[in-house]
Design a protein around this ligand. Structure first.
Ligand code: ADP
Ligand code: NI
Length: 212
């Protein structure tokens, strides 16, 4: 399989991307996946590596025509030398990771999919996760925090999303990811990264409250 060709392809597509899906995210997720694979058995490395590198391309943040992108990926995967079965599995993993995320639905992934999902989620946690959350907040014109949180409780869901803050995102999503990890290694890493985020949030709150 031509890994360097896949990397060149995604590097080019993500070169104008600043909402958290830049190429360095893909490199880190790949590194996470390599680490998780060390403690697992029965996975397919080529499927995992390809799915990691392609997983964000069919996010609506990166393409305005998801079906066209899926067709393009199908053709590219032939060029990169993936077998019929491998191509089908990669597509299954990346479509379900992304659609399930958007629909808040739970889809049962196989071990390869679980590793890709864990590797991606780990990059939303810890010091890197904090950096990505604030980067996203700036990109989406969201405030860091809302001192008047009660106001948001009476909003419609669309308004509610619009008034999302970075600190809210920690409570609504990031602190919950630790409980959703699939593999034992990811659970361990997530626990450490989540503890660090909690420590950070305590400091953040203390500073907002005048270090009282
Ligand atoms: P991924 O495919 O990597 O999981 P997402 O699109 O879910 O990507 O998010 C990309 C990054 O942006 C993640 O680190 C995530 O925590 C952050 N992010 C997503 N939505 C928000 C939000 N509303 N506020 C702050 N950060 C966010
Ligand atoms: Ni991702």
């Amino acid at each position: 399989m031509k890994v360097e060709a896949i990397k060149d392809y995604v590097r080019e597509i993500t070169s104008q991307e600043f909402s958290g899906h830049d190429y360095l995210h893909l490199e880190r997720v790949l590194q996470n996946a390599e680490l998780l694979m060390q403690s697992e058995e029965g996975f397919k490395r080529d499927v995992i590596v390809t799915a990691v590198l392609l997983h964000d391309l069919i996010d609506e943040k990166l393409t305005n025509n998801i079906n066209e992108m899926i067709d393009e990926i199908r053709i590219k995967m032939r060029e990169w030398g993936l077998t019929d079965d491998e191509r089908a599995e990669v597509l299954d993993i990346i479509t379900h990771m992304s659609f399930a995320k958007n629909l808040e639905q739970h889809h049962v992934l196989n071990l390869d999919g679980e590793i890709v999902q864990d590797a991606d989620r780990l990059d939303a946690l810890g010091a890197i996760g904090i950096g990505r959350a604030f980067t996203y907040g700036g990109h989406a014109n969201n405030l860091m925090y809302n001192p008047n949180e009660a106001v948001r409780e009476n909003m419609t869901s669309a308004e509610y999303r619009q008034h999302s803050t970075v600190i809210n995102h920690f409570h609504e999503k990031l602190l919950k990811l630790e409980g959703e990890m699939n593999t034992a290694t990811a659970k361990k890493l997530a626990a450490r990264r989540t503890a660090f985020m909690r420590f950070y949030l305590d400091e953040f709150t203390a500073e907002i409250n005048g270090d009282k």
